[in-house]
Ligand binder design. Structure first.
Ligand code: NAP
Length: 294
């Protein structure tokens, strides 16, 4: 290694100064980098085992979809506990109200409730929502696209096409529409983070998982494309999270014979969710982070 190591804006370590484009702002650093250097992107293991400090999400406005139940509810509560203002998007208003009361109950920042059925939601409705968010909080630091539906587990040969479109809309098209609608608000943030939710069938398709598996594959591709398209023009980062087998009603629907007590609770996998929204994960881009690798 040469005496000095150069780090460019995109956080790549490069020892050959000839490789650095003239236009790129460079900083000269000592040869030995501390392991905690914030410019070194965290590994998946570090993300899974992240130990958040108190208030690490203070000042951040984060939209969580599917915030009324399952993993999304626990993420919303957790983000609020770490100081974020959470915008709760979900289908069932009474569930959002419950989460709202829980956040108020422990003294979290006052959340907002955004009842919306993603299945039928139009682009206009989402843009109206974006206008409202702009008016109320000004910008968005993050979106966790968590809402999802399982659909039928059945051979593709006989998959009902109406149901196929329903699953694709909720799991894939709506996250795209929502991201498009919120793009300007995300760009207003210093370091915006968009997290899509995948699944193990998102990277390895499995027989009978039909629309669900295809929607998750599409979501992983979408995160990858967004990453490529924005990496050199914005500070926005796009990643996917795969929670792994977690004790929720969707999991029980998919595996009715399984003993729930053998599964992790949503509360046990929160480190990764917090990490990907915290500034500690700046530099983590285009990743699919599996929270429970086998
Ligand atoms: P869940 O308990 O069924 O919760 C799903 C959430 O999504 C609910 O809050 C639900 O709202 C919301 N939602 C569903 N359809 C919606 C729609 N049309 N519009 C708006 N919101 C809608 O599921 P989960 O297990 O927590 O799953 C959360 C995410 O993790 C999903 O993307 C899922 O694919 C993924 N995942 C889960 C597991 C697992 O083992 N649990 C494993 C891999 C990936 P309502 O309650 O109001 O209907």
């Amino acid at each position: 290694m040469t005496e000095n190591t150069t780090i460019n804006e995109n956080q790549n370590i490069d020892t050959d100064e000839n490789n650095i484009e003239d236009t790129m702002q460079t900083t000269t650093l000592p040869t030995t980098l501390p392991t905690t250097d914030p410019k070194t992107p965290l590994t998946h293991e570090q993300i899974r085992n992240f130990q958040p400090v108190e208030k690490c999400l203070e000042g951040k406005n984060i939209l969580v979809t599917g915030a009324g139940d399952g993993i999304g509810r626990v993420v919303a509560l957790t983000y609020a506990r770490y100081g974020a203002t959470v915008l709760l998007l979900g289908k069932t208003l009474s569930k959002l109200e419950y989460v709202y009361d829980e956040i108020e109950g422990f003294g979290g920042k006052q959340p907002a409730m955004l009842p919306l059925n993603l299945e039928g939601a139009s682009y206009t409705e989402m843009q109206e929502m974006a206008n409202m968010i702009k008016k109320e909080v000004g910008h968005l630091d993050g979106i966790l696209h968590n809402a999802g539906m399982l659909g039928s587990l059945t051979p593709l040969e006989m998959y009902d096409i109406d149901e196929f479109e329903q699953v694709m809309k909720v799991n894939c098209t709506a996250p795209l529409m929502l991201t498009q609608s919120m793009f300007e608000l995300l760009k207003e943030a210093d370091n915006g983070s968009v997290v899509f939710t995948s699944s193990s069938v998102g990277s390895a398709p499995r027989a009978f998982w039909g629309a669900y598996a295809l929607s998750k594959q599409a979501v992983e591709g979408m995160s990858n494309i967004f990453t490529q398209e924005t990496a050199n023009t914005t500070n926005l980062r796009f990643n996917c999270i795969n929670p792994g087998a977690t004790r929720t009603s969707m999991r029980a629907q998919a595996f009715p014979e399984e003993k729930p007590e053998t599964l992790k609770l949503p509360e046990e996998i929160m480190a990764g969710y917090v990490c990907l929204m915290a500034d500690d994960s700046i530099g983590v881009r285009g990743q699919v982070v599996d929270l429970q690798p086998k």
